[in-house]
Design a binder for this molecule. Structure first.
Ligand code: ZN
Ligand code: ZN
Length: 375
């Protein structure tokens, strides 16, 4: 009997607790249903405020590099096409416009309406596909009355002319709808600013020199994509180099000597070979051919590490990641890179912001956008 009584007490309390829990849940659900409009309005207002605040956030003086796109032509859940945003003082530049990168620029909190110029490394589609969106957002986002300068090696005129033509109808619709004050017709599109390079293998030219920001274009080797360039950015004693697409080349080594951060493209041949082998087995001849070809005009992580070591850079960041890999495979992607460079190596992902404050040797990393694929 005692056993039976002792079992009854908790059995008696349980329904009471359950009734209370269920009642509270019902009240919360009912309240959420009745006040859903107010709740979602509150949440939406907070998100809008956060977005607007991030665009007006005043950073300390320094050189900033935002990885708006760290991928390559293959689809990658963590990476859109190559694009690096460079901010220094009140000046904002975009290096390359890979597909999807214009949206990441906004997500990262950069104000694309304030972009001074877009610089292209070469004209492969994975580096130019978002140029139209960038020119549009820079125009409409800042009510700019002058087209944005698009700086690049010879051939940039053809690319800009094509995008201007393709977006001309869209521009007309927007002026008709929003009015010339909001979107001045004269500011639509881009203005090509081609530069020439001498015939020397290590030829370079300063293409931007403004308020302490110096950007130097230099030849790289991405044949048959010719001319192709990388860019070096200097600002108040801080510096970085962006390789563009290239095999290892002397001109990049010359420009990268001692810089704070080297952003180097990287392709792991061992992983590309795995794709090539599987493509062969699954009867995908075009993929098999492409994966057989591409090691010939890119740089392996090991070779990028050797370059970082030879040039004594402070930090190596790999981007233009080929093949697309989730972070859990980073060690396979890097291969033996750590053998050749003892400094820090980062496998880039979209949303990474790197700060180089002036009067400092600090290199600060901040992930501004959450990865879409966890593994
Ligand atoms: Zn390329
Ligand atoms: Zn590329």
């Amino acid at each position: 009997m005692q056993n039976a009584n002792s079992c009854k007490k908790p059995m008696g309390r349980l329904p009471k607790v359950a009734i209370w829990v269920v009642s509270i849940i019902v009240v919360v659900v009912l309240a959420a249903f009745v006040f859903q409009k107010q709740i979602f309005t509150f949440m939406a207002t907070k998100i809008i405020q956060q977005r607007l605040l991030s665009q007006t956030y005043k950073k300390d003086d320094g050189l900033y590099a935002g990885l708006a796109g760290t991928g390559a032509p293959f689809a990658d859940i963590n990476r859109v096409g190559p694009c690096i945003v460079v901010e220094a003082g009140n000046n904002l530049y975009i290096i390359d416009g890979g597909p999807g990168s214009a949206r990441n620029i906004g997500l990262m909190g950069f104000d694309i309406g304030k972009v001074n110029a877009i610089l292209l490394t070469h004209f492969h589609s994975d580096h130019i596909a978002d140029l139209g969106e960038m020119m549009l957002q820079r125009w409409a986002g800042g009510s700019n009355a002058k087209p944005v300068d698009v700086i690049g090696p010879k051939g940039v005129e053809t690319v800009v002319e094509g995008f201007n033509h393709a977006y001309s109808l869209d521009a007309g619709y927007r002026v008709a709808f929003h009015g010339a004050a909001a979107v001045p017709p004269s500011g639509a599109g881009g203005r090509a600013r081609p530069f020439g390079l001498s015939s020397e293998e290590d030829a370079s030219i300063v293409v931007v020199y403004k308020e302490g920001v110096k950007i130097t274009a230099f030849k790289v080797n991405h044949y048959p994509a010719y001319p192709a360039v990388g860019y070096r950015v200097d600002y108040k004693g801080r510096s970085l180099v962006i390789s563009g697409d290239t095999v290892p080349c002397q001109s990049l080594k010359k420009q990268a000597q001692g810089v704070d951060v080297l952003f180097h493209e990287a392709q792991q041949p061992a992983l590309i070979k795995m794709i090539h082998d599987q493509a062969g087995l699954s009867s995908s001849p075009s993929l098999a051919k492409i994966t057989a070809d591409i090691p010939g005009y890119h740089t392996s992580p090991e070779n990028a590490a050797k370059i970082a070591n030879e040039t004594n850079v402070k930090q190596l960041v790999l981007y233009h990641i080929l093949p697309p890999i989730p972070p859990v495979f980073n060690h396979m992607f890097l291969g033996d890179a750590a053998k050749y460079y003892k400094g820090p190596i980062t496998v880039g992902v979209d949303g990474l912001l790197i700060s180089l404050p002036v009067n400092s040797k600090d290199i600060i990393f901040h992930q501004t956008v959450v990865l879409r694929g966890i593994l």
